[in-house]
Design a protein around this ligand. Structure first.
Ligand code: AMP
Length: 195
């Protein structure tokens, strides 16, 4: 059982670490960015609405993302928990998710922050854009996404810190090193992985 959230800037390793962490605890990895990209690829109405924001490196409106995320964390597949990646990203989303979870006995156990210096983030994202061809990994969009992260997402840290579930960890080093830091922090809180 683990209900965790990864809070980190674009390029800090949320996807990589989120996938690993979810497998380790036997829970689904739920990434709102992936959900939104799937809607864009399928050209759903939601996808068409979201794409405009995503292409500019801006956040998709709260109501749309909250509907998407809460639908998934409330689904039977997430009964044993989840690793949420990329949500919440604004204080309004966090408050909304908190109220939702409180009334359903599904409060988050841990919010993991991965700290990575901005110069390294830009380098990683430019490289990812080159390799994966992600349309929002261009240098201008990257700068905008980092600015959005600073302005909108960092205030969430205070919100979760006040609820005593925040773990701020060093996000630099190898994938294995970061994964061990995350697991150590969770185990220290009594949240043991499978096996
Ligand atoms: P990501 O893959 O997490 O970097 O997300 C890619 C893009 O999807 C972001 O730049 C946003 O435009 C959008 N997005 C993903 N999650 C959220 C969220 N929680 N709130 C608003 N927009 C989001």
């Amino acid at each position: 059982m683990l209900r965790a959230l990864l809070l980190a800037a674009p390029g800090a390793g949320k996807g990589t670490q989120g996938t690993r962490l979810a497998a380790r605890y036997g829970v689904p990895h739920l990434a709102t960015g992936d959900m939104l990209r799937a809607h864009v690829a399928d050209q759903t109405e939601l996808g068409r609405e979201a794409q405009v924001y995503m292409d500019r490196g801006e956040l998709v409106p709260d109501d749309l993302v909250v509907r998407l995320a809460v639908g998934r964390i409330g689904a039977p597949g997430a009964a044993a928990g989840f690793v949420l990646d990329g949500f919440p990203r604004t204080l309004a989303q966090a408050v909304n998710a908190y109220e939702w979870a409180k009334t359903r006995d599904r409060m988050f156990h841990a919010v993991i922050v991965l700290d990575v210096p901005e110069t390294e983030l830009v380098a990683r994202l430019v490289e990812r854009g080159r390799i994966a061809g992600r349309s929002d990994d261009t240098e201008d969009t990257i700068r905008n996404r980092l600015a959005v992260y600073r302005a909108e997402t960092q205030p969430l840290m205070d919100f979760y810190d006040a609820r005593q579930i925040l773990f701020a960890l060093d996000g630099t080093g190898t994938i294995d090193e970061v994964a061990s830091r995350i697991e150590d922090a969770l185990v220290g809180r009594g949240l043991a992985p499978l096996g």
